[in-house]
Ligand binder design. Structure first.
Ligand code: NAD
Length: 305
């Protein structure tokens, strides 16, 4: 089912991912209100930010029924809730603040956004979950993944606080999708790569594969993440869903099976994988939402030169 959603409240849009995702959504015709603690980094962009602390439920309810910008005062009506909410605001890793605050802030923010959106009648909510729920990223020691590919069916039991906070968010999403019969899609976002980072970081990633084990040799281009958010907003009727949000291919110069057999000899490969398929597989988002990546890493860094 295709949605008519046009007015989208985006949380955490001033961060690393949001600063690229919001312009991608604007290009596709959405009207965006950014809820963040800090201004949108590109002052010349047409992005209105309402300073909102997402850990405060009252602020979240209020912000979801406010004007998107000052032009809103010209219209005939006071604003109602948006058509969709995309929730990215968070402490985006451990070690920014003490663990108890990472947990408290991330779970409260996600709960507040989902609750307010559902109770205001918003039918589509996208939340940022994380690759870290697959246990290895912030796990203690040199852990192995349970099996490849890492897909949405994999049973996950992360040990670190940030990943646990993200998994709690998925659980809240699942419960509220059921209670309100809403569509809430959790994106297990891979390591986000901004356009300027390919040239800077990929030579090392390719030369020293070990450094990317914690990201499962996978990534998401921040602009392609924008496409995924658009597709998720457009696609109605799926209830609660989890989607890995990654690009198509492994960040290595050997085909996936050969590479994994060398670097993870003790980890089973549970199904046939495409020749270059990312170990943190995006097959579901391609098959279900129709994602077609535009920014494969090889467009920006040629390992053969
Ligand atoms: N960057 C990655 O590689 C990555 C990978 C997987 C998942 N994610 C998730 O994607 C989302 C975006 O990540 P990012 O890299 O852009 O993070 P970021 O830290 O760059 O941006 C997060 C934004 O959220 C805002 N924020 C934090 N607490 C807030 C609060 N209480 N109220 C309002 N705003 C608040 C911050 O000001 C910031 O602008 C996060 O939920 C993160 O957990 C990121």
């Amino acid at each position: 089912m295709q949605s008519q959603a046009r007015r989208v409240v985006f949380t955490g849009g001033s961060g690393k991912a949001g600063r690229h995702v919001i312009p991608e959504l604007q290009k596709r015709g959405y009207e965006i209100l950014n809820l963040d603690l800090v201004d949108f980094p590109d002052a010349s962009a047409n992005v209105f930010t309402l300073k909102t602390d997402l850990t405060d439920s009252g602020q979240v309810f209020n912000a979801l029924t406010t004007h998107f910008n000052f032009a809103g005062y010209e219209g005939p009506h006071v604003p109602g809730p948006p058509d969709a909410v995309v929730h990215f605001g968070a402490y985006a890793r451990n070690m920014l603040v003490p663990d108890n605050l990472t947990y408290a802030a991330n779970t409260a923010s996600t709960y507040n956004v989902i609750e307010a959106a559902c109770k205001l009648g918003v039918r589509k909510i996208i939340i940022a979950s994380s690759e870290t729920v697959y246990e290895v990223c912030f796990g203690q020691g040199d852990l192995d993944y349970t099996s490849f590919p890492l897909d949405e069916e994999t049973d996950v039991n992360p040990m670190d606080t940030y990943a646990i906070s993200k998994l709690c968010g998925e659980r809240v999403a699942r419960g509220f999708a059921r209670r309100f019969d809403a569509d809430i899609y959790a994106l297990r976002i891979g390591n986000v790569v901004e356009p300027h980072e390919y040239e800077r970081d990929f030579p090392k990633y390719i030369a020293e594969p070990k450094v990317r084990k914690r990201n499962a040799w996978s990534y998401i281009d921040a602009r392609d993440l924008g496409q995924i958010c658009d597709l998720a907003i457009q696609r109605d009727g799926l209830g609660f869903q989890v989607f890995n949000a990654t690009n198509d291919t492994i960040t290595a110069t050997f085909p996936t099976r050969q590479f994994l057999e060398q670097w993870c000899p003790n980890t089973p490969i549970a199904r046939e994988m495409d020749e270059w398929e990312a170990p943190l597989s995006n097959r579901k988002v391609r098959d279900v939402l129709g994602f077609k990546e535009e920014h494969n890493w090889r467009k920006y860094y040629n390992p053969d030169q």
